[in-house]
Design a protein around this ligand. Structure first.
Ligand code: FCB
Length: 443
């Protein structure tokens, strides 16, 4: 097993740089009988949606084993733990607080604080209460106001014991995968659905920030966006233009409203009836000042022109990929961070997710995942490069703490730095987890 390392001059080794691990509620918690249903329960119960026909009813049984899991997190020596709150666990159908559900997170946060591990809370990591979906979900503007109410309840209960709150995780995935191409819950399709739900999600972000400022003004508040940088297949002008359209449609559609209160120019290429319904005041709410930007990064994609003024996405071919089929291309991470820094006035950036699914095998209690260590090393180098070039990067979170329910891929894809045996729920730190710990504790 090789170690992870950084040059001794690296800012990532400064004492205030935060190293963490990340998870999300639906992917690990289980204990579905003690919460309301979410859109992911419904989606999982629909035949053909999840590749191994699994669901989140049991998952990693984190609600049962959370004390052991916190012990495990602590044993890795990390500074922070990023997790999400399950909205259907903490708010009842009538909008009142579910005390028992909230107590779970109060206890978790207290235990983390006691151990000097910074809690990074994500308020929405895709598990919308099913009863709200039945009223239109993110296609209904009202959902954004339900979100504000939920954020109020959480912020009152957890307050500034939380180090940093993120309103949303990856609104691109909720809107595009959930409402435009339908591969994620709730499985709706169509451009108008995708664009309108994206706007309501961004509005929810703005209302959420307002609720956080009101209730816990001294805690950091931000958002987590995912970026899949778009590269042209060739240097021909049409392909360069296609890659730019793709970037606007996929990445900047979320980034620009949040940073500048404007949708990217690509909105003009969309049929008027498919465009978002923007009311006066929306864009101001969406572009409030943030304390941090969370960046999730896994891979890049290549594009070419479809000959009709739009883009065509290419499948990675002849390149190194992870078990997800995603190209390993760390240079895109440094280029992304530098380009965001050049283009926008950024708050401090946390890399809130980065990691890889690999074909792990457990043998005699050990997982030798050198491929994952290599992935982490090359991406940490990319973060370090960007930091040396002036991007203010405050932290890095490995996705994920442990193997878990990987959405439409079920349990077949393993992203953890800890191996989970789903039959016994035993956890085994993989070699990548040991290497990560070694890097962190050697600072
Ligand atoms: C991100 C999600 C996270 C996990 C990783 C692999 O898009 O935020 O929950 O599924 O991808």
């Amino acid at each position: 097993m090789s170690n992870l390392s950084l040059p001794s001059s690296s800012k990532l080794l400064d004492h205030d740089f935060v190293f963490g691990v990340a998870t999300s509620s639906f992917q690990i918690e289980g204990a579905a009988d003690s919460r309301l249903e979410s859109i992911w329960d419904t989606f999982c119960a629909t035949p053909g949606k999840i590749s191994d026909a699994s669901n989140g009813l049991v998952a990693c049984e984190h609600v049962k084993f959370w004390r052991e899991d916190v012990e495990l997190i602590d044993s890795l020596g990390v500074d922070a733990y990023r997790f999400s709150i399950s909205w259907p666990r903490v708010v009842k159908k009538d909008g009142s607080l579910n005390d028992k559900g909230m107590q779970f997170y109060i206890d978790l946060v207290e235990e983390l604080v006691k151990r000097n591990i910074k809690p990074f809370v994500t308020l929405y990591h895709w598990d919308l209460p099913q009863h709200l979906e039945e009223k239109g979900g993110w296609l209904n503007r009202e959902t954004a106001f339900h979100f504000e109410h939920y954020v109020n309840l959480v912020a009152k209960a957890l307050g500034d014991r939380v180090y940093a709150y993120a309103t949303l995780n990856e609104p691109f995935c909720s809107a595009y995968l959930g409402y435009e191409n339908g591969v994620h819950a709730p499985g709706k399709r169509g451009q108008a659905n995708g664009r309108k739900s994206a706007h309501h999600l961004l509005l929810a972000h703005g209302l959420g920030i307002r609720a956080l400022r009101r209730n816990c003004p001294d805690t950091k508040a931000g958002i987590v966006l995912n970026f899949t940088p778009c590269y042209p297949e060739t240097q021909v002008a049409e392909d360069i233009k296609a890659a730019k359209i793709a970037d606007d449609y996929i990445n900047q559609w979320y980034m620009r409203p949040v940073m500048e209160g404007l949708y990217p120019d690509v909105v003009e290429l969309i049929e008027p009836q498919n465009r978002p319904d923007i009311l006066p005041g929306d864009m101001d709410l969406i572009s409030q000042r943030l304390d941090f930007l969370g960046v999730n990064f896994y891979t890049r994609l290549k594009y070419r022109s479809d000959g009709k003024g739009w883009y065509e996405e290419l499948q990675p071919k002849g390149v190194v990929t992870t078990d997800m089929g995603w190209e390993v291309y760390p240079k895109a991470l440094s280029e992304l961070l530098i380009s965001l820094h050049q283009r926008y006035t950024l708050p401090p950036v946390y890399i809130t997710e980065n990691g890889a699914a690999m074909q792990d095998e457990i043998k005699h209690g050990r997982v030798n995942d050198q491929d994952r260590i290599d992935y982490f090393q090359s991406h940490l180098n990319a973060v370090d490069d960007a930091s040396q070039q002036g991007v203010d990067i405050a932290g890095y979170f490995a996705w994920s703490l442990m193997d878990n329910f990987e959405w439409a891929e079920g349990y077949e894809k393993r992203f953890g730095i800890v191996y989970v045996d789903y039959l016994t729920q035993s956890r085994t730190i993989k070699d990548s987890g040991l290497a990560y710990k070694q890097l962190i504790t050697s600072r």
